[in-house]
Design a protein around this ligand. Structure first.
Ligand SMILES: Cc1ncc(COP(=O)(O)O)c(C=O)c1O
Length: 407
């Protein structure tokens, strides 16, 4: 059958019809353990009753008005996010890329306020910030940018987890006004920086009057064992972006600001028709309430430890394993050669995983995963990895992350 969908994704040969908890069922009623959560979206699993209820209730009351009017759920959600994060205010939108667009606009406005004509933002190698023109320009992946020149200017790229490189860039360029960075790089290969990396960036930003802008789109909403990953470092950024798990599947993005960054936008500077509508905000309010009621954020660290301990035990002695790393339930298993093929063999075994940066198996299981499901995930994937690394296999040459087609 001819598909009328633009082929922007190289999709796997499966279509899901229903879900519950960590489980998904395809058209033929085969069951799959979802260890990816729709790429860090369904942190509460599929069809969580609290989210179902919040959506149904709101759709029976009011779906949409406009940001020209007051929106009670939006006010409540902004207040909750401010309380949980220590940030001051929020701009709501519909996706991660849009949240980062708002952050980039804030940085530019901040720079112009300082009298900088051509404000520039430091961004990282291997970063991922989205697919709009500005966010793909900020992204550190040539494949994502290929074919879209001229890119948006005003980004200066340095290696991730390298504070000296930021210092050098600050010496070379006098127009830098902000640093945009992921607390852990997700698409770039589950790259966990040094413990003090964010603290050092915070100090540099204070010293040089820069906005510290954190992209928490993948790391946020409990994924790493704190509500937001920067809370491991006891700092407050100037700007922080969220999306993905904030609505557990209902599209919503948010750009949070603190201090002077919270005073930059005034009426007419930015906007979104759908951003922060009553439905999306009610879903997000239910997400925040459920995370707390079920103590899911505190348990994420424990569950991540259990999963990684299982892999360390099961894969002991396998010389093809380069590293097993995690923060909470953001998990990477790095192999010594490309392993995109594993995504397909896992699918055949009823397990959904992902591979980023060619060689790193990425797991982002729902925070509601239980001990039995953890055992099943570890047992199935350990066996698959052992089988894969035992065989001489064809080397994969393309990047499999989120299944973008080879260029
Ligand atoms: C860190 C990060 N930033 C931004 C984005 C873009 O989000 P969206 O696809 O909702 O635009 C993603 C998506 O994978 C992400 O992981």
């Amino acid at each position: 059958m001819t598909s009328h969908i633009m082929p922007t994704y190289g999709r796997l040969p499966v279509t899901f019809e229903k879900g519950e908890g960590v489980w998904l069922w395809d058209e033929n009623n085969n069951r799959y353990l979802d260890a990816l959560s729709g790429i860090a979206v369904c942190n509460l699993g599929h069809t969580h009753p609290a989210i179902h209820k919040a959506i149904c209730k709101q759709s029976g009351a009011l779906l949409h008005t406009s940001n020209l009017y007051g929106i009670a759920n939006q006010e409540r959600l902004a207040a909750e996010l401010a309380e949980k994060s220590g940030m001051d205010n929020v701009f709501f939108c519909n996706s991660g890329a849009e949240a980062n667009e708002a952050a980039i606009k804030l940085a530019r406005m901040y720079g112009h306020g300082l009298g900088t004509d051509k404000p520039a933002i430091i961004v990282m190698e291997k970063s991922f910030h989205g697919r709009t023109l500005a966010t793909l320009s900020a992204t550190g992946n040539a494949k994502v940018q290929q074919g879209f020149a001229p890119l948006v200017e005003g980004f200066i790229r340095v290696p991730y987890n390298d504070v000296n490189a930021i210092e050098q860039a600050l010496e070379q360029h006098k127009n830098i006004v902000a640093v945009l960075v992921e607390p852990i790089q997700g698409e770039g290969g589950v790259n966990i920086p040094g413990k003090d990396y964010l603290n050092q960036i915070r100090s540099l930003c204070d010293q040089h009057q820069l906005l510290m802008m954190l992209d928490e789109i993948q790391t946020g909403i409990g994924r790493t064992g704190k509500f937001l990953a920067f809370q491991h470092n006891h700092i407050i950024p100037d700007v922080c972006t969220l999306a993905k798990a904030l609505g557990n599947g209902v599209p919503i993005g948010a750009c949070l600001a603190h201090g002077q960054a919270a005073k930059l936008f005034t009426a007419g500077n930015h906007g979104s028709t759908f951003g922060g509508n009553p439905l999306a905000c009610n879903a997000a309010l239910a997400v925040l309430e459920t995370l707390e009621q079920e103590n899911l954020i505190n348990l994420a660290e424990q569950k991540g430890n259990a999963i990684c301990a299982g892999f360390i035990e099961g894969l002991r002695g396998n010389e093809h394993i380069v590293d097993i790393r995690h923060k909470g339930l953001m998990i990477g298993i790095e192999l010594d050669s490309p392993c995109a093929e594993l995504v397909k063999s896992a699918l055949q075994q009823g397990l959904l995983i992902n591979v980023t940066n060619e060689k790193t198996i990425r797991l982002l299981p729902p925070l509601i995963i239980n001990n039995q499901e953890i055992d099943q995930l570890v047992t199935t994937l350990t066996a698959l990895i052992q089988e894969y690394t035992d065989q001489p296999h064809a080397k994969q040459t393309y990047e499999s992350q989120t299944f973008y087609k080879p260029a």
